[in-house]
Every structure is written in C-alpha cells, then in structure tokens.
Design a protein. Structure first.
Lengths: 470, 406
C-alpha cells in the first residue's frame, strides 16, 4: 500500500469543532476537547500498489481484509525487486522519508529506447540523478549514451565526475577549447554539414530552405563555402538575391565564419582542415557502448542544437541501415541526453516543423534509439511526445500545471499523487514506468558518495617498454 | 635553422620483386635531397623499417646512407614506430643507434610511477628534441596518459616533439577506422610536432600546440595510398617555413571504372579503349573497379590480357583492386580495408569476446592479441638456433600475458 495523503479525522462533529475553535480564538481557555487524543487523529489515505506473494508481486485486484495489520515495508518484503539483465540504476527505494537498502534497477535497454523524462524544479536533484545514471552505465555494455552537456558538469573537469570512473576509457569527452589531457577538442569539418542538419535549428523560410538545397545540390560538400562566397548557380533566378544575403548572414553567425579576399575562415568549432572524422568517431564510440559527453557550455542554444542534430541524425541513419540489414540486434541501445528538452521538443518549436529529436521521440524505439529528456517545464512538451516517454522520473515540482502534464501522461495512475509530487524533497523521486509494476518512490544518493565506492587507487606499477630509462 | 622531417619510410614493405626495393630507393632520394639542402639535422618520426628485424639487403643500403649522413655531420633523430618497435627489445634500431648512426630521442626516467621524458639537444642548433614511440594497436596511449608534462611544457628554447600516433582531431574521414588518440595527450608549447603513423600530408596550426605536421610516407605503402598520394615525400623546415618535398620515383596512372550494369566483356573493352592511345613509360598503373556486374563474376574479366597490354606499353607495374566489385550472381564476402594492419584490426575486433577468461576485458583481449601477433610475426634472426628462437617467443608471450609460469 502507498500512503498518498494525510488528513485530520475526528469523532467530534464539524459543527462542534468549529464552535470550540471559535471559543478558543476568543481567549476562552476553559473549553477543551474531552480525551482529545482519542477523539482526534490523523487519517492516512492509502492505495494499493501490489500484492506480494513470496518472491512475486502482482497488480492488486482486491482490497485487504478489514482490520488487517498494517506495518512499514521492510527490505525482506521486497525480494521481487530484482536486478534485471541490463540494469539501469535509478536510486534506492524510499518509504516516506526513510531510505531502504534496496537499490532500484530498471531494465535499461527497454527503458532507454522507450525514452525517459526527468522532470523537476531546479535544485531538486536532476543533475545528480543523471550523474549517477551515467556513472553506473559506464560499466554496462548494453547502451551507448550521448550527453549534450550545457553546464559542463558530467565529465568533472574540475571536480569528481565521469573522468574518475575506473573504466574511464569508456567515457569520451569533447570540448571546444582547452581540452584536459585525454579529452578531444571538438572540431567538425564544415564539409560534414548538410542542409537537413539545420532543420529545427534555424527557422529558415521555404525560399531560404530552397536556396540551401540548391547550393547543396550543385556544390555538394562545398555548399556552405559557395553560399558565403556567393558563387553562381546554374539555375538563374531560383530565388531573390535578398534570400541569399539573409541565408549567408545567418550561416556566418551560426557557424562563426568569416570571409575575406574570397576566402573562408572558421573561428569556432567548425573547421576547414580538422574534424573530418569527428562525427563518425562519435557514432562509432556510441555503437561500442561508450558514453560520449559534448561540452556545449560555450555554445549558443542554436549551435548546441545543431551539434546534437548532426550527431543524432548520423546515428539514426546508421541504426536504420542496421535494422534494414538485420544487424541492429547486435548493437547497443543509444540514448541521447537532452537538457532543457523543450528547446527542441517544445510545442512552439515543433509547430515550425519536425526535427530529428521529435522524429526520435516518435519512432526512435524501433531503431533502439531513445531520448532522456530533462526539463523543469514538462507542460511545454506536446502531450503525444510526453505519452511516448514510457519512463518518467519525477522529482519535486511545485507548479501545478507541470505536475498535471506529467500525471496525465504517466504510465501508472498518478491522479492521487499530486500532493506527493509537490512535497518531494531534494533527492526524492517518484518513478513511473511501463517497465515497473508500480510507481516507485526512490531516493537518489549523493553523487560523491555513490561514485567514491567504485574508485580504487591506481597503484599498479607502470612499465614503459621502448623508452630508454635512466 | 633548417631540418628535415620524414616518417613512415617502411623500408621493406613491398614484397613484389619489382617494388621490393622501392622504399629503399625513396629513402636514398630523400637523404640525397637533405644533403643537397644542407639541413642541420633529420627527424624520422617512426617506422623507418617495416619490421623490427629488416632484410639484410635493405638494411645494408640504409646503413650506407646513414653512414654518409654521419660522415657529413648531419645527425639523425628517430623514434621507433608501430612497425619497427619490438616489445621484446630486439629491434635493429638499437643496433644502429649503438653504431652511432642515429639517436633515439625516446629517453626518460620514471618519477612517481609516471614517465618523465628528457630532451636530446642538437649540438649545432641547440634545438631540444624529445618524443614518444608508436606501438601496435596504438598501445602507446598509456604512456601519454602517464606522462609528466610540466617539465616538457615549461622548457625554454626551440622544442620539437616527435610522435608516431594518429590524432583524433586531425584524422581524415577515410582513416576513421584507425585507432587514434586525442590531441590533448600531447604536451603543449612545443614549436614543432613531428608526426608519423598517419599516412597523410597535413600541416595544422592549433592553439597552444604550435605546428603539427604529418609528412606522409616516403613512398606509398598500399594500393589505396598510391591512389590517394601518388608519391611520397617529406618536409624541410627552414626558420619556421614548411616545404613539402615530393619524392618522385614512378608516375602513377589511375583507371577507375564504375561497373554497374556492365558485363565483364564490356569492362575489358572500356579499359582497353582507355589505354589504347597511351604510353605508360615506367608508370605504375592502378585499376580500381567498383559496382555490381550485370552478369558473370569479377574473375571473368580478362585481367591477364589487360596487364600484358599495359606491360607492352612499358608500364612499370600494374595493380588492380576489385574489393568493391560485386556480382548479381553471388555476394562476395567483402572486407573494406586498406592495409594489412587494418585487416588484422578488423578481424581481431570481430572475434573478440569468444574466449571467456575471468577478468579479461575485451580491450585487454584486443591488446594481448595485437601484442601476441606482433611476437609471432617475428622472424628467426640469422645465427639464432631454433630452440633459442622458440624460447624467445615463449618468453615474450609470457611477458605480454603477464604469466609467471615456466
């Protein structure tokens, strides 16, 4: 059973209660309840979560008998919460504010490919939860995770982070500048860009889209350079000259390019010389079940989405190919972690047209690709996309419309849990999933405590064959 | 100051009788150019030889040329590469260094379980040179991860870092399958980074890192490299200005044919049409066919006749590549790779995880496999008894597998 509400109860009628209260307010101290502790009490409202028989749990079909004994759940009662084959660690089971020594794992391959929504107000523990999930996923072979990290917080450049994981070789970190040892400087060769990558990133008009496509058709990999240098197209008057001027200006700004003396110069992460294999390298790492973190903290929102769009489009294309050729079953599930998800999955954005992320939200699970969308404002995401997110990790949310959006699209009936969600403390969550028997209350451990238990001191004596040592 | 930077000479890489001396010839030409240009010193960024114990005839030519440089007081600074390094320590490079023919700049000491590299100083120019070797399967990465960088980065003066590794950020798309490492593992603040291992000609200026240069091989080492590069070369660097010096030995002529919807007879006809009015004086001819045949199979194309015609037209050497040529009659098993090392790498990866050993990760299994293949590919040295050779292979294998048994 789950307590979902606490209310006052009393054997004294409401009328008498109000009368006594009124008299007390008027400072008449002589009035009091007779046997107050016997006549007034707290009522706990409970709902049935599951019926446990031995090591199995079932959905409850009947109410407990009258006067059944009620006690707090114990670790020994929860033998049915086993660790699945491809575990994804979420946290420890919580009974009220008490944390039980029962780790909660979901079936990771299913959960990740069927999308996760992580919702909660700032400061409630979303980042800690994601850090824990990523830390435990490093050891798993079944998934590759792409993290677009706008706060540069998961790798742990200056603090404990994924770089400290014992299997750190499975964590690949791309950053645009000042890469710490072992990290890769993010450079993407400009010739890797396609007009489709800009869909949902920049709001081009139909005429501007046509201009982009015509240049791509005629100049192939050199299409951006050709637009910037205003090279002629074979088709005359395909669009107004102003269209090209606008497209050129927007590309220069978005991609941080310059031109001078009929020559193109790159200032940002897009490059004419380096970064030819970056996208294929990232895709390959993900296919090998690694965690790829892209530090997007210095990027504009549009640029961050563009990078995510380029990589995700390529992964989606590869996995579609694998599915067609029957090799998808050998590949790990890929999850794309999106912070502030309404930027790409919001109603307003999608009204302008679909993008790769909305495509994945709708059909990614057929190709073993899922989203892990993080937000404080789930109500901005269209209902059909929320409904496609089959696991929801709900942290404390104070705003009623945001709770409502989640409750209405949850995998389990959470209609009675509104107040529970509102009162979730920092690090407390409610997990509703198609792959759980009931909505699980969990406590998210502090990342430092969670990670430190795995860190072992590397004191193996290193050998350096081939170096002439003195 | 003027110096030469070469890499990936791969002396002895070609086995065909007509090409087996070509890498030595390229080396001779490169050295002659260096002497003519009066360089102060020469850097060789790994893989001078194609194996750690090269054939005697190749060795003799190289030693003669190195001796010539020594006599002219042009020092040569090298690092071992993934081909000529031997984990057992038995490499011809050590012998040549003992003879004073060049200096291996991979020198250092272990401080607090980390590697602290030392500089070798070129006497004439005061240039400070250091570097790290390359190993098979890019296993040198662990050295970089355990490198003290402060002393290297804070050293004053003109500094050169010689390395034999692929760099993620600089890798071309067609080399996406080679193992590489991030640029951030290289120590910063060097004036010149002399690279080897990636067979590309590339110079990049990257913030904090100075100029990073790959000169490519002295002569292309495979069909695809011949196709891509056509010829080898090296860099001459004079007061910070870079100039790539090509080494022209033979011209190359490429015949690339899309065979989609064509019969073997038509393909033969088209190749004959292309070559009929041409002379191939001393040229290496490369024939690449791709696509799906309308009928028949690739072996139905009469290559023998085409080759004969080309040799009659004075071609020096003719090669064909039909890896991407398929047939509708049956599907070939294709391996889309470009060198022996690539094929090995791909096959190892495909078979990883089949042997279940406790505490053996696939990464470690891959590393063991590569090291063992390297050990097993060594040839018995002249004068070595069979028993000694077997014992050596056994010892090396035990060392790699970290076995403590007799």
């Amino acid at each position: 059973m789950q307590v979902f509400d606490l209310i006052y109860g009393s054997q004294i009628s409401q009328q008498n209660l109000e009368l006594i209260s009124g008299l007390s307010l008027e400072d008449n101290k002589d009035f009091d309840f007779m046997d107050p502790k016997l006549r007034n009490y707290m009522l706990a409202r409970l709902k049935s979560l599951a019926t446990i028989k031995g090591e199995n749990a079932f959905v409850s079909k009947q109410m407990p008998d009258f006067f059944s004994e009620v006690r707090e759940v114990l670790k020994e009662d929860l033998g049915f919460l086993t660790k699945p084959k491809n575990p994804l660690f979420i946290g420890n089971l919580r009974s009220g504010s008490n944390v039980l020594d029962v780790p909660i794992y979901l079936q990771g391959d299913k959960v990740l490919s069927h999308h996760i929504l992580i919702a909660g107000t700032t400061g409630k523990g979303k980042s800690v939860l994601v850090s824990n999930i990523l830390w435990s996923a490093v050891d798993q072979e079944y998934c590759g995770i792409l993290v677009l990290d706008p706060h540069d917080e998961y790798y742990g450049r200056d603090k404990l982070g994924l770089k400290d994981h014992p299997n750190r070789e499975k964590v690949i970190y791309y950053t645009p500048s000042n890469a710490p040892a072992g990290a890769i400087t993010l450079k993407i060769n400009i010739e890797q860009l396609r007009p489709t990558h800009l869909e949902g990133v920049v709001n081009f008009s139909p005429a501007q889209v046509q201009a982009l496509n015509l240049y791509y058709k005629e100049y192939g990999k050199k299409w951006i350079e050709s637009i910037i240098l205003e090279k002629k197209l074979q088709i005359n008057n395909a669009f107004m000259p102003e269209t090209l001027v606008v497209v050129k200006r927007r590309l220069l700004y978005l991609l941080d390019l310059d031109f001078s003396n009929n020559q193109l110069f790159c200032n940002g992460i897009f490059d004419l010389n380096a970064g030819e294999s970056t996208i294929s390298d990232i895709t390959k790492e993900l296919e090998q079940g690694h965690i790829v973190i892209i530090d997007t903290s210095n990027f504009s929102g549009a640029l961050e989405i563009l990078i995510g769009s380029i990589i995700t489009t390529e992964i989606f294309r590869k996995y579609k190919y694998d599915k067609m050729h029957g090799t998808l079953s050998e590949k790990p599930v890929i999850s794309v972690v999106l912070e502030e998800a309404p930027r790409v999955l919001g109603k307003e954005v999608l009204e302008r047209g679909p993008n790769i992320f909305s495509t994945i939200a709708r059909e990614g699970r057929k190709f073993k690709i899922g989203l892990a969308a993080i937000t404080q404002l789930p109500s901005l995401i269209p209902r059909e996309i929320l409904a496609n997110m089959n696991t929801k990790i709900i942290l404390g949310i104070e705003m009623k419309p945001e709770r409502q959006a989640i409750i209405e699209s949850a995998s389990q009936d959470l209609s009675e849990d509104d107040r529970t969600i509102a009162s979730l403390d920092v690090g407390e969550a409610l997990v509703s999933s198609n792959f759980a028997k009931f909505a699980l209350p969990v406590s998210i451990p502090f990342f430092e405590e969670f990670a430190k238990k795995d860190i072992v001191k590397d004191d193996v004596k290193k050998e350096f064959d081939g170096v002439q040592l003195s | 100051m003027k110096f030469a930077h070469m890499a990936d000479c791969h002396i002895g890489s070609w086995r065909d009788p007509k090409l087996k001396d070509i890498s030595t010839e390229a080396f001779n030409k490169a050295v002659d150019k260096c002497i003519q240009e009066q360089v102060n010193f020469i850097l060789i960024a790994g893989d001078l030889f194609n194996t750690s114990l090269p054939r005697l005839d190749n060795l003799k030519t190289v030693v003669t040329k190195l001796k010539e440089l020594k006599d002219k007081n042009i020092p040569v600074y090298i690092i071992p590469g993934s081909h000529d390094f031997s984990p057992s320590g038995r490499t011809m490079l050590d012998v040549l260094e003992e003879a004073g023919l060049f200096i291996n700049v991979v020198k250092g000491e272990v401080v607090e379980n980390k590697l602290k590299l030392k500089f070798t100083i070129d006497e004439k120019t005061g240039t400070k040179i250091t570097g790290l070797l390359g190993k098979r399967g890019s296993l040198e990465r662990s050295y970089y991860e355990s490198l003290h960088t402060e002393n290297l980065e804070n050293e004053e003066g003109y500094k050169i870092f010689v390395f034999h590794s692929g760099i993620d950020e600089l890798k071309p798309k067609e080399m996406q399958n080679i193992i590489s490492q991030p640029l951030s593992l290289l120590p910063k603040n060097f004036n010149y980074y002399a690279g080897g291992h990636m067979h590309i000609v590339k110079e990049s200026k990257i913030e904090d890192y100075g100029t990073i240069v790959y000169p490519g091989p002295l002569f292309p080492n495979s069909f695809s490299e011949l196709e891509e590069l056509e010829r080898g070369g090296f860099y001459i660097v004079e007061d910070g200005n870079l100039k790539w010096e090509p080494i022209q030995i033979h011209n190359t002529h490429k015949i690339i044919l899309n065979c989609n919807h064509k019969t073997p007879e038509l393909i033969e006809q088209e190749i004959n049409d292309e070559i009929k009015d041409k002379e191939f004086n001393n040229t290496i001819v490369l024939i690449r066919l791709f696509g799906s045949l309308e009928n028949g199979k690739p072996t139905d194309i009469n290559f023998k006749s085409i080759f004969t015609k080309l040799y009659d037209k004075s071609a020096y050497f003719v090669m064909k590549n039909t890896n991407a040529l398929t047939t509708k009659d049956f599907e070939e098993i294709k391996i889309d790779t470009k060198s022996v090392e690539d094929v090995e790498g791909k096959l190892i990866k495909e078979h990883l995880g089949q042997i279940k050993v406790e505490n053996l990760s696939v990464e470690k299994e891959e590393a063991y496999t590569r090291e063992l293949m390297n050990i097993l590919s060594q040839e018995k040295a002249e004068g070595m008894t069979k028993t000694d050779f077997e014992n050596k292979v056994n010892d090396d294998a035990k060392r790699v597998l970290e076995l403590d048994v007799d």
